[in-house]
Design a protein around this ligand. Structure first.
Ligand code: 5AD
Ligand code: SF4
Length: 433
């Protein structure tokens, strides 16, 4: 009998990427599956969805239509992830060709429900006592490791608490065990994942366990053979000095940090329930720049949040000027179900939001061009993890920049000094020295 084939589409954040790996591992425990990029070859199609903005949600149903047209008749379709969590049964009502719906917090149930026609599993109750890490990894050189599930905040624009549930911290010993395992099978770099990683340790099921994020980082960095630690995403509110000192002084922690701003206006930050002010945010970024001048800072910004005035938007532009983020993910505000901001008066007209987004992105492009141009001839330590076509190998520098060099698979798994020979907005070319 031939091995079954799986076509999996992953939308959204790193958390979803890891959940997809988790589902592949779950399936393989039951019977072997091979991954395919050919829809028409697949026996099982999974769409692992994101619901953070409206667009991907509306795309889902047209995509199911396309999949139905091109898939094998016998192939099953599953909708998983955040949109599955928030629409649940309604997905099957609207698209009866969908065989099962599995919420973001339920990925480990995949092998149980795969043969149950029209199964819907979207509950959010889940504690850490039975937490298991999926065995499958897309890239053997890097491992993503969840340190918490869910979110304990209530940012007024955000649907995630409704799709991923309350925050639960995974016991630190389990995390250390999992990383040790990944390192022994070849991963020199790990990415710690959580909705608010530096809030880690507030929600253990076992009240005896005491460990915060800084302590977790210290524990993890003792693991022999582990060379690089990354994490996403920290919350600006919980960036205390203890954490920033650890970030700056621990040589295993990569000098790349995501500090999601959302808005530069203290008034809007209050309406968003972010818990910090413009000044606090600037102060934390200044501290990172002072303690770790080599670090890169990335951010998320939402424009057009309800009530955003020209002055509020100028505050956001001002933060961009002051911090000069090395990477920016920027979005037009999208009203989401189960969020309080969706009911706020004074929603901003689309044209105004679009014009603000364009201005923000244009200015950021100028900044990033300056940042990247200044990299010429600089030397970075690059961890090679992917073979590319045309005898090229790619990897990331400690501060997260994407590098390409000429070479072959001997480079894979090595961390080597590379001199920049060509710069562009998205990546750098270099030579190993
Ligand atoms: N509208 C637009 N952007 C949003 N984000 C989260 N919710 C919304 C929304 N309703 C953005 C935030 C977050 C990133 C993952 O997505 O910037 O940090
Ligand atoms: Fe990730 Fe949020 Fe999208 Fe869910 S809704 S996939 S948590 S970005």
């Amino acid at each position: 009998m031939s091995v079954k084939k799986l076509y999996i589409e992953t939308l959204g954040c790193a958390m979803n990427v890891r959940d997809s790996e988790h589902m592949i591992a779950e399936l393989n425990q039951k019977e072997p599956y091979e991954l395919t990029n050919e829809l028409s070859d697949a026996d099982l199609i999974i769409i692992n969805t994101c619901s953070v903005r409206e667009k991907p949600v509306s795309k889902l149903f047209s995509e199911i239509g396309v999949f139905n047209k091109y898939k094998k008749k016998s192939a099953k379709i599953g909708v998983t992830g955040c949109t599955a969590s928030h629409l649940g049964q309604d997905i099957i009502k609207r698209a009866p060709s969908v065989d099962f719906v599995l919420g973001a917090r339920n990925v480990s149930k995949l092998s149980k429900i795969i043969d149950v026609k029209h199964a819907v599993e979207v509950d959010l109750d889940y504690d850490d006592s039975s937490y298991t890490f999926g065995e499958y990894r897309t890239n053997p050189f890097k491992a993503m490791v969840n340190i918490s599930m869910g979110c304990d905040k209530s940012c007024t624009y955000c649907i995630v608490p409704a799709t991923r549930g309350d925050e639960v911290s995974i016991p630190s010993d389990l995390i250390v065990q999992e990383i040790t395992k990944a390192v022994s099978s070849g991963a020199k770099e790990i990415m710690l994942l959580g909705q608010n990683v530096n809030n880690y340790g507030k929600h253990f099921t076992n009240s005896e366990e005491k460990c915060n994020f800084t302590k977790l980082l210290q524990k993890i960095s003792k693991i022999d053979g582990l060379e690089r630690i990354r994490f996403t995403s920290p919350h600006p509110l919980h960036m205390d000095d203890e954490f920033l000192n650890e970030f700056a002084s621990n040589p295993k922690i990569c000098k790349q940090i995501h500090i999601p701003l959302q808005s530069g206006s203290t008034k809007l930050l209050k309406d968003m329930k972010r818990g910090y002010t413009k000044e606090w945010f600037l102060n934390r970024c200044a501290k990172v720049r002072k303690l770790a001048p080599e670090a890169t800072i990335s951010t998320d910004i939402i424009v057009g949040f309800p009530n955003e005035s020209d002055d509020d938007f100028e505050d956001t532009m001002d933060v961009l000027e002051q911090v000069r983020f090395e990477q920016l993910f920027s979005f037009k505000y999208s009203p989401r179900p189960h969020t309080t901001a969706a009911k706020f008066d004074n929603q901003i007209p689309k044209e105004i939001a679009s014009a603000r987004l364009t201005r923000l992105q244009k200015r950021h492009t100028q900044i990033i061009d300056e940042v990247m141009d200044a990299q010429m001839d600089k030397v970075h330590s690059v961890y090679f993890d992917e073979l590319k076509s045309g005898s090229r190998v790619s990897g990331r520098s400690d501060d997260g920049k994407l590098f390409f060099v000429e070479g072959s698979e001997e480079l894979l798994g090595q961390i080597l000094p590379v001199r920049v020979t060509k710069t562009s907005r998205g990546a750098l070319d270099g030579v190993v020295i």
